[in-house]
Design a protein around this ligand. Structure first.
Ligand code: GCU
Length: 513
C-alpha cells in the first residue's frame, strides 16, 4: 500500500515546489530598491566608470567674474573643422538623397546617441494612455475640448518606480476636421477650466453657507443680514498676459489659428536633476541602478516622453497626427530639437533659445561651454559626453573639438521637415550665453542637407564661417528650415505668429473663419 501512495506524494511535492517558485518570481525578492545618490555622487560614479579624474570647470555666466565665459567673437572658433553632415565618416561625399537616408543619417544618429545624448534602452517599457478628465473650455474666443491624460508606464518588472506621463491635449471644439497640434514642453494642466453655470453656483453657495453655519452657528446672523451675498463667485473676465510684442499668448494664438496644442510635463517623465537619474523613466529602465556611459540623459528621455505623447495623439481622431509639432524654450528648446531629430513622425518644430546642447555649435567658444554641459548640466547628456570636459583621465584629456558630431548635424537630422530656430535678444534677457551666432552658423550649414533632399534651407550665401545673422525681427522664413531672432527676451512667444504663418503655408492649413 505505501508503495502505491508514492506517485501521489511525488505530485503533491512537485506542486508545492512549483507554487513556491511562482510565488518567488511574483515577489521578485532579488531586486534591490532604487539607488539614492546626490547629483555629485551620481556624477562621480559616471566619472569613475569613464576613468575621469578631473573635469575642467565650466565658465561663469557673470561677465564680471574672473572666470567668465568668452564673448570675444575673434576667439569664438578655436577648432578649425566643424564635422560635415555631408561627408561619411570614411571620407566619402554624400551626393544623393538615398545615400543620406541609407548611410549618412544612420551614422549621425549612431554618433549623436553614443557620444552626446545617449541611447534609449531597447527594453524601455511600454506606455498605456488613459483620459482622466474632459473639459469644454474657451481659449480666448475659441471653444476647445481639453483632455487630461496620463500615460502609465509598465513597471511590472520593477514596481519600486512608477512613471506616469502627464499631458493635457487641447483641440478645437468645432474644427472642420482633425487639427494640427503643437506639443509644448511645460506644465500640463487644464488651461482655462470651465466654471459652473449660474444655477450650479447657486447650489454650491447654498451648500457653502450651510457648511459655514454648521461650523460656526453664530454666522446665521451674518448670513441673515446679507442674504444676497455669495461666497463663491464666477471669475470675472480677465485680459490675458500679452507677450513682449503685445500679441496674445501662444495658446490663444494657436487656438485662434485652428491648431490644437498638447502640454507635456517633462518632469513627469524624468526629473531635471542628476539625483533623479536612478528614478523616472531612466531609473525605471535601469531598475533603479545608475546609468552606464551610453545610457540616455534627461534630454533624450524628455524627447522619448514626447514620442509617447505622439503615440497617443495618433489614436485621437481630433488630431491630424501627420502634422504634430514639438516646441520648447531653453533646456526644453534643446529637448524639442532632440525630439524632432530622432523621431521622424514629428512634422514640425519650434526651437526656442536652445543654446549649447541645442542648436549652437558645440565647437564654439562663446558663452555656455561644453564644460557647462559636462559640469552641473551633465545629466541632460549621455554619460559618455562627460569625456569631452575631462582634463585628466585614463584616456588623457578631451575637449569640444574631439566630439565626432556637432549641432549642424543634429539640425540636419530634422531635414527635410519643418524646423524653425528661434531666439530673442540679449538686451531683453536672451543672454549672450546662448550664442545666437553659433546657432545661426549651424543652421546655415544644415541648409545643405535640406537642399540635398529637395527642400529649402535658410537661403543664405556663403558657408557657416562667413554667415552673418540677419537683423533682429527679419526672419528667414521662405524655406522648410527657418530662422528668426525676435526683439524680446528668453521666450519664443514673439515668434509664434511668424511660426504659425510659416507652418500653415507649408502644411497647407488655413485659419478657421
Ligand atoms: C542655463 C543653462 C542653459 C539652459 C538654461 C535654461 O542657462 O546653461 O543650457 O538652456 O539654463 O534652461 O533655463
Amino acid at each position: 500500500m505505501p508503495l502505491s501512495l508514492r506517485p501521489h506524494l511525488l505530485i503533491v511535492f512537485l506542486n508545492c515546489t512549483l507554487a513556491a517558485s511562482v510565488a518567488a518570481r511574483a515577489q521578485s525578492p532579488a531586486l534591490p530598491p532604487p539607488v539614492t545618490f546626490t547629483a555629485e555622487q551620481d556624477q562621480q560614479n559616471m566619472m569613475d566608470q569613464l576613468g575621469i579624474k578631473a573635469l575642467r570647470p565650466g565658465p561663469s555666466g557673470n561677465e564680471k567674474a574672473p572666470n567668465h565665459a568668452n564673448y570675444d567673437e575673434s576667439q569664438a572658433n578655436p577648432y578649425p573643422n566643424v564635422p560635415d553632415p555631408l561627408t561619411m565618416n570614411g571620407g566619402e561625399k554624400v551626393t544623393t538623397a538615398k545615400m543620406w537616408w541609407d548611410e549618412r543619417r544612420p551614422e549621425l544618429v549612431e554618433m549623436l546617441s553614443k557620444h552626446v545624448y545617449g541611447r534609449v534602452p531597447r527594453s524601455v517599457p511600454g506606455v498605456t494612455w488613459r483620459v482622466t478628465a474632459v473639459d469644454h473650455e474657451m481659449i480666448g474666443f475659441t471653444p476647445v475640448i481639453a483632455k487630461d491624460l496620463i500615460g502609465e508606464v509598465d513597471n511590472s518588472r520593477y514596481p519600486a518606480i512608477r512613471v506616469r506621463i502627464h499631458m493635457t491635449l487641447v483641440t478645437p471644439a468645432h474644427g472642420k476636421g482633425p487639427a494640427p497640434v503643437l506639443m509644448m514642453f511645460g506644465r500640463a494642466a487644464f488651461p482655462a477650466p470651465n466654471e459652473p453655470s449660474g444655477d450650479e453656483l447657486e447650489r454650491i453657495n447654498a451648500a457653502w453657507k450651510a457648511v459655514l453655519e454648521a461650523q460656526d452657528p453664530s454666522l446665521k446672523d451674518v448670513m441673515a443680514q446679507h442674504p444676497a451675498w455669495q461666497p463663491v463667485k464666477a471669475t470675472p473676465f480677465q485680459f490675458p498676459q500679452m507677450n513682449e510684442d503685445g500679441d496674445l499668448p501662444n495658446t490663444w494664438q494657436l487656438a485662434a489659428a485652428g491648431w490644437g496644442f498638447a502640454l507635456l510635463d517633462p518632469a513627469s517623465v524624468q526629473a531635471d536633476d542628476g539625483a533623479g537619474l536612478t528614478r523616472g523613466i531612466i531609473g525605471l529602465a535601469n531598475q533603479g541602478q545608475p546609468r552606464k556611459p551610453e545610457d540616455w540623459g534627461a534630454l533624450r528621455a524628455w524627447a522619448w516622453g514626447a514620442g509617447r505623447g505622439l503615440d497617443y495623439l495618433e489614436t485621437d481622431p481630433a488630431v491630424d497626427a501627420k502634422h504634430v509639432g514639438i516646441e520648447g524654450v531653453s533646456r526644453y528648446g534643446k529637448a524639442a530639437l532632440v525630439t524632432m531629430a530622432f523621431d521622424q513622425r514629428f512634422a514640425v518644430v519650434l526651437v526656442g533659445s536652445s543654446g549649447k546642447g541645442g542648436a549652437t555649435l558645440l565647437r564654439r567658444n562663446f558663452g555656455e561651454a561644453v564644460e557647462s554641459l559636462t559640469g552641473g548640466e551633465y545629466y541632460w547628456m549621455a554619460g559618455n559626453f562627460m569625456q569631452y570636459g575631462a582634463s585628466e583621465a585614463t584616456f588623457g584629456s578631451k575637449n569640444g573639438g574631439d566630439i565626432p558630431v556637432d549641432s549642424n548635424e543634429l539640425i540636419a537630422l530634422c531635414a527635410p521637415r519643418l524646423t524653425f530656430i528661434s531666439y530673442g535678444i540679449p538686451e531683453k534677457g536672451d543672454a549672450k550665453w546662448l550664442d545666437h551666432q553659433g546657432s545661426f552658423m549651424a543652421t546655415v550649414d544644415a541648409s545643405r542637407v535640406y537642399a540635398l533632399l529637395g527642400a529649402k534651407g535658410l537661403g543664405v550665401e556663403g558657408d557657416l564661417r562667413t554667415a552673418k545673422m540677419p537683423p533682429v525681427n527679419q526672419g528667414l522664413l521662405d524655406g522648410q528650415l527657418a530662422w528668426r531672432q525676435h526683439d524680446g527676451g528668453h521666450t519664443d512667444a514673439p515668434n509664434m505668429k511668424w511660426f504659425l504663418e510659416w507652418a500653415d503655408k507649408f502644411i497647407g492649413h488655413g485659419a478657421p473663419r
